[in-house]
Ligand binder design. Structure first.
Ligand code: SIN
Ligand code: MN
Length: 206
């Protein structure tokens, strides 16, 4: 498998940068708390907890399915702004001239995972997806454009940034597992640790 559009930037944020990003996230999440989305149709809860930052947030529930909306499904309030540090990373490495509109915040407790999926709810696939890992290390899996394509996996550690652009933009990807106790970054916030992933996306056509 040759995914020329897959970019991995290990250690893009040093410890100090990770801590500053977590501080910004804690302020934002106080306004827009993590909630548990549910699957379309079945209503089965995700194991990952989510919230969003930016003008649009990705949500899912039994009735409405996968979609973007400007308000938090539980509080009804607008999502808080995307932290400046995350906007700066997008500007530096996305190669895309317009800002992201959505920053999905996923929290993975130990023992949670995310099944293989494509990010396909956006109107503009010419923009890459930029994702930032914080906290415990995970095993990330990526395949090709078809669910049947062979996949490979690698670990993502706190501070790593991944770009899915070009032919990797529509690649199936997911998180197989979290390695508990591999980072102390989130301990003050989540006593059991875990992992936070920020996914920056352009949603609409500029
Ligand atoms: C996602 O695809 O929504 C998250 C990927 C990750 O947690 O690294
Ligand atoms: Mn995804």
């Amino acid at each position: 498998m040759d995914l020329a559009g897959l970019g991995v930037h290990p250690g893009r944020f040093d410890r100090d940068g990770q801590q500053r990003l977590v501080a910004a996230l804690r302020t934002a999440v106080a306004e827009a708390p993590f909630y548990t989305p549910t699957m379309p149709r079945s209503g089965k809860p995700f194991s990952v907890r989510m919230t969003n930052l930016g003008p649009l947030g990705w949500v899912s529930d039994k009735e409405g399915g996968y979609r973007y909306q400007s308000t938090h499904p539980e509080t009804g309030r607008s999502w808080p702004a995307i932290p400046e540090m995350a906007m700066a990373v997008w500007q530096e490495i996305s190669g895309y001239p317009h800002p992201p509109e959505a920053c999905l915040v996923n929290y993975y407790a130990s023992g949670t995972k995310m099944g293989l999926h494509q990010d396909a709810d956006e109107a503009d696939f010419s923009a890459p997806v930029v994702s930032i890992s914080l906290g415990d290390t995970c095993l990330f899996r990526i395949g090709g454009m078809s669910r049947k394509d062979t996949t490979r996996s690698f670990r993502l550690s706190s501070g790593d940034v991944v770009v899915l652009g070009g032919d990797a933009r529509m690649a199936f990807h997911g998180v197989d597992r979290i390695y508990p106790g591999t980072s102390t970054l989130l301990r003050d916030w989540f006593p059991d640790g875990g992992r936070i992933n920020l996914t920056l996306r352009r949603v609409t056509r500029p």
